[in-house]
Design a protein around this ligand. Sequence first.
Ligand code: NAD
Ligand code: UDP
Length: 324
Amino acid sequence: MTTTHPRKPVAVVTGGAGFVGSHLCDRLLAESWRVFAVDNFLTGSRDNIKHLDDNPDFVLIEQDVTQYLKVPGSVEFVYHFASPASPVDYGEYPVKTLKAGSLGTLNALGLAKNKRAGFMIASTSEVYGDPLVHPQTEGYWGNVNPVGPRGCYDEAKRFAEALTMAYLLEDKVNTHIVRIFNTYGPRMRLRDGRVVPAFASQALLGEPLTVFGNGSQTRSFCYVSDLVDGIWRLSRTEFHEPVNVGNPAEMTVRQFAEAIIKITGSRSPIISKPLPVDDPKQRRPDITRARQLLGWEPKVSLEEGLRLTIPYFRERLGRAPAAG
Ligand code: NAD
Ligand code: UDP
């Protein structure tokens, strides 16, 4: 009697050397998929995927997603996660950000269409801009300034969502849109400017924590394993409308600074810095859709998530001064 060994399904993860992308690669490999990660290391790092060097199911394709994407053989799913993601990064690379969201999404959707693969775009809570509806439901169209400093990112993602819907309607690609809310965890770059690595490294170094504005703006922080679980579950569906994935536990930025000080045992003071232009005043996902559709909700509390993340930042800070 012969035993058949069905081949493993294949995923392409653009941005696979980034923070979220590398955790997604790990999850896919754990689910017995083969993975092609596409990355040009604009904001990602080889360190994030170093542990996969000897994994025969993992292949790195070092290229820019704005160039034609060529992947050998069959592909079952394309996750398009390549894009600068922090306000500091997309502020430094506004054109590259718009290209990753437009040309990059076009190439990733084209690949999915050619390979008859499923597709997911990593969208963002930023499509809601500075929201006038709170908490944010997927039905809210947002309040975005297209010509402000966040416009390059917000509009790139809004265009990417529109393009994704167009490939669903015209080319019948099995598309998915995940709207990711502030997520944190190991492998975030120390100096990407986002509040979690910023406050954590300041607290660990005994430097003042830089709260922007009066710190009354709110965010809701999701631990990366919870996010990746939501992404995985969504990719198994045939659901095409956007789905918020994030942790609804909302707090002010000042409260977050205090939480970081407490958990690190730091003696750092908190100081104020100017509030960046168009910084959203409040943000919290309504996750009713994810709960009902995916049976998903976050499991990791902020305290638990920070206890898993702080040692990573501590270790990075202990390396050479250029670490990050
Ligand atoms: P990240 O910067 O760590 O990862 C992005 C990756 O994309 C990096 O490895 C970078 O090198 C790569 N990349 C950028 N431009 C590229 C290009 N032109 N060609 C090839 N590779 C390119 O950021 P992240 O936090 O992991 O974000 C991943 C995705 O999730 C992004 O699309 C982001 O918009 C989305 N997202 C993240 C969050 C969050 O809180 N982390 C929130 C909302 C949305
Ligand atoms: N923030 C802050 N100090 C910092 C970095 C960020 O007070 O050193 C604030 C920022 O103004 C925003 C929140 O923290 O209100 C989250 O910022 P982040 O850059 O992480 O992401 P955003 O949610 O704005 O995209």
